[in-house]
Every structure is written in structure tokens, then in C-alpha cells.
Design a protein around this ligand. Structure first.
Ligand code: ARG
Length: 463
């Protein structure tokens, strides 16, 4: 005899209902209710297909499709009573449909299982997030290109090892991030394309004996085609992992830029002023203006990469096909998606609002012997000295300047000649930072003309 407390969806072979702890560990409704719209879209497509193929009647399909819209509006308006006993979004929706339309509701699950259903819902949800990420990235790239254009010829120090290396331009530095986020954008588009196959109709794992039409449901849900192997379709979470790994790489880029903004906005650097709208104050130190948004963006990579690692670990030991372990995929992806979108939007806002401090940037650009390489290159070019010797001579001149507490352009021609006879007055033409950056005209180099060419290329891409 079936116990009254056993599950109404599969209680037939059960004599008792679940222990409270079992219910607690088993239920996903607390989080998978976020996929309600996707679940209902999938079910409506499935019902229409079942009618078109003659598996259920048109009138049953109509009742199901109408009833599902009622369920959706109840959920969207907050008038839906989610039940933990009904485990997940799939069974909550179906149970409510039964209350609303009665017997035809029981025909919806023909030729389908929760295994292909959840894979379909989750893919639809992740696909929307890829689209949101694409939009967020395009907006951020646009903001960076605007910054680059405004400061294409502003000089600033370029760093290696966070030590002054050679002067670069503000525009060049901004465009470096445009390249990074551009690769993220291409990863997003690429992954979205790859994942866009419909699992619906794979049923539990083996397909179904009903004469279903998988092309029809695939098309109705905006998929390019149905998946080609039912075992794979119900147990594949590559699309979620590609989402998380793409998000992780992008979050790493966001974090690097955030770190630079934290450094640049400090009183020691003053390269950039962040707007009040993206800063906070201190409750005890009145002078403070903290770059909290940048710091939080810097931290987001931790939880996003954590989600990627967690799901990798969940998946790596699972035999085919579906295992309940896979229910642990959603919270990781939901959290990572929320935080990725938030970080993209916050970075876009910060970049749009920030002011590059042209004078501080220029003052810093000339310090730290940043044109030493230009001096060495001049000796190679004009005096035909081997680069290694020129490097040595320049090192001696840097040591001399350092000893006197001055920069390279402050040395006299006599000072220069005391280290190398052949040096002429012409050397001073290459010691200025403007000349230095203007001379870096190799493709992709820091010269303002190169930066402007890349700005133009990106503006064309962004349309
Ligand atoms: N809530 C489940 C999940 O998220 C749905 C699929 C359950 N399938 C099953 N055979 N128990 O994975």
C-alpha cells in the first residue's frame, strides 16, 4: 500500500515518506526556483510538440500550455507557494499545474524525464547569462576605448616588476585591457555557440519510444539543434564549466585592473581620481576616500574561480549518465553569474567616472630613469655601438644621475662624454618622455598614433 505521505510524483513503490533530513538534503527548490521561467518555457515547447506528433491531444496540450502561463504569472507575482516536499522547480510547477487544470497535467511528462528537463532548463538559464555577460563586456570595452581616446597621448610610466620601465601612454594602457576583455568576449560568444544544443527529449538517459520531434522543441527554445547522444545530453555540464571558466578568466582580468586602480588612486601615486559615486569614506579618518568597488571586484575572482573548481570536483568522478551530485551545479553557477555581472557593471561605472590625472602621470613618466633604453638605443643607432656596450654605458650614466639625485636629462653633455666620448648634443632629443613614446611606432606599440589606430579598429568592431 502506498503511504499517503510518500511522494505524489513517484510514491507508487514507496511505503513511507522521506525523513526530514532526507527532504532537506534532497530539495533544490530553495535555489532552482530561479529557473522557473526556463522550466515553463521548456514544458510549453514539449507540450506543443507532443500534440503535433499525436502523442497527446490538442485540447490537452492547450490546457497544459495555458495552465503553465498561469503558474508562471503566479510565480512572477510572488503568489506561489513553493514546497520543499516537492523537491525541485520541475515538480513544484507540475503539481501546481495539476491543481489548476486537473488530469491533462499528468500527460505533460510523457517522453521526458527530469534529467533532460533540468539539463534543458539550466542550459537556457546559462545561455541568458552568456548574453548578459556579452552586453556587460561590450559596455566595459566601450568605456575603456573612450578613456583611451581621451588620453591617447598622455604619458605615464610603464612598469615591469612594478618598477619604472619605459614611458607609455595612458591610451595604450587602457587599450591593453580592451584586448583582454575582447578575448573574454570572444570566449563568451564561442562557448555560447557550442552549448546551444537542446537536451530535451533525451528523457532519463536512453531516449524515448514515443515518436517525439526533438528538432521542433529545439527550434522553439532557440537551440541550433538537438544534442546527438542522450547519455551525454543528460550528464553533460560542460556548458556550466565553460561558463565558469570564462567567468574566471574575465574575473582575473577585472581583478588585475582593479588592483591597478587601487594602487593608482593612492596618495603615493595619484595617477587617477575615482569618482565619489564609486568610492567610500572612513567612519574614523575624515581624509579617506577608499576604492572599495575596486577592492571588491579584485576579490570576486576568488569566489568565481572557487565555483569553477567546485563544479569540476563534483563532475570529475561521475559515471554516466545522471547522478544527483549534479544538482550541486546550480548554486555555484548562480552565485558566480550574479557576481560576474555585478563586477562587470561596477568596473564599467568606475572606468566611465574616473579621471586620469594627466600632470601626475606625466611627472611620474619622467622619473625613475624611464628613458634609459632610449639613450642606449640612440647609441646603437647613431654611434653604431653594440647594444650590450650601449647598455653598459647607459647603466653608468644612470648610476651617476642616481648618485647626484637627478634624472638623466639633467646630466650635462660633459657628464655624458666622461662616460662615452662619442655622445653628442643630439642625445638630449631622445631623453624626453614625449619623444620616447612617439618613437615606439612598431605595430601595437605605445606611440599615440598606434593607440589611435587601435581605438579606431575597436570603434569599428563595437559599431
Ligand atoms: N533537481 C534535480 C537537479 O537539479 C532535477 C533532476 C532530478 N532527477 C532525478 N532523477 N532525481 O539535478
Amino acid at each position: 500500500m502506498t503511504d499517503k505521505t510518500s511522494n505524489q510524483m513517484w510514491g507508487g513503490r514507496f511505503a513511507a515518506g522521506p525523513d526530514a533530513i532526507m527532504e532537506a538534503i534532497n530539495a533544490s527548490i530553495g535555489f532552482d526556483q530561479r529557473m522557473a521561467a526556463q522550466d515553463i518555457a521548456g514544458s510549453r515547447a514539449h507540450a506543443a510538440m507532443l500534440a503535433a506528433t499525436g502523442v497527446i491531444t490538442d485540447s490537452d496540450a492547450d490546457a497544459i500550455r495555458e495552465g503553465l502561463l498561469t503558474v508562471l504569472s503566479e510565480i512572477e507575482s510572488g503568489n506561489f507557494q513553493f514546497s520543499t516536499a516537492l523537491e525541485d522547480i520541475h515538480m513544484n510547477v507540475e503539481a501546481r499545474l495539476k491543481e489548476i487544470i486537473g488530469e491533462p497535467a499528468g500527460r505533460l511528462h510523457t517522453g521526458r524525464s527530469r534529467n533532460d528537463q533540468v539539463a534543458t532548463d539550466f542550459k537556457l538559464w546559462v545561455r541568458d547569462q552568456f548574453d548578459a555577460a556579452e552586453k556587460g563586456l561590450l559596455a566595459l570595452i566601450g568605456a575603456l576605448v573612450d578613456q583611451a581616446e581621451a588620453g591617447a597621448d598622455w604619458v605615464m610610466p610603464g612598469f615591469t616588476h612594478l618598477q619604472t620601465a619605459q614611458p607609455v601612454t595612458w591610451g595604450h594602457h587602457m587599450m591593453a585591457y580592451v584586448e583582454m576583455f575582447g578575448r573574454d568576449l570572444s570566449r563568451v560568444r564561442d562557448a555560447r555557440k557550442r552549448m546551444n544544443e537542446s537536451p530535451l527529449g533525451s528523457a532519463a538517459l536512453a531516449g524515448t519510444s514515443f515518436p517525439i520531434n526533438r528538432e521542433m522543441t529545439a527550434e522553439a527554445l532557440g537551440f541550433d539543434r538537438p544534442t546527438a547522444n542522450s547519455l551525454d545530453a543528460v550528464s553533460d555540464r560542460d556548458f556550466a564549466l565553460e561558463f565558469l571558466s570564462t567567468a574566471s578568466i574575465c574575473a582575473m582580468h577585472l581583478s588585475r585592473f582593479a588592483e591597478e586602480l587601487v594602487i593608482w588612486s593612492s596618495a603615493q601615486f595619484r595617477f587617477v581620481t575615482l569618482s565619489d559615486r564609486f568610492s567610500t569614506g572612513s567612519s574614523i579618518m575624515p581624509q579617506k576616500k577608499n576604492p572599495d568597488a575596486a577592492e571588491l571586484i579584485r576579490a570576486k575572482v576568488g569566489r568565481i574561480f572557487g565555483a569553477n573548481t567546485a563544479l569540476m570536483m563534483v563532475m570529475k568522478g561521475l559515471p554516466l549518465a545522471y547522478s544527483k551530485d549534479m544538482q550541486e551545479d546550480k548554486e555555484q553557477v548562480f552565485d558566480a553569474a550574479d557576481n560576474w555581472m555585478l563586477a562587470l557593471a561596477a568596473m564599467e561605472g568606475m572606468v566611465k567616472d574616473m579621471t586620469g590625472n594627466r600632470d601626475s602621470l606625466a611627472a611620474a613618466a619622467g622619473s625613475g630613469f624611464s628613458t634609459a633604453t632610449d639613450l642606449a638605443d640612440w647609441m646603437v643607432r647613431v654611434l653604431k655601438v653594440p647594444f650590450r656596450d650601449a647598455h653598459h654605458v647607459t647603466g653608468a650614466l644612470v648610476a651617476m644621475a642616481e648618485g647626484r639625485g637627478v634624472d638623466l636629462p639633467d646630466l650635462t653633455l660633459e657628464d655624458m662624454k666622461s662616460v662615452h666620448e662619442g655622445i653628442t648634443e643630439d642625445i638630449f632629443s631622445v631623453l624626453g618622455v614625449e619623444n620616447s613614446v612617439n618613437s615606439r611606432m612598431s605595430y601595437g606599440g605605445t606611440a599615440p598614433a598606434q593607440v589611435r589606430a587601435q581605438v579606431a579598429r575597436w570603434k569599428e568592431i563595437l559599431g
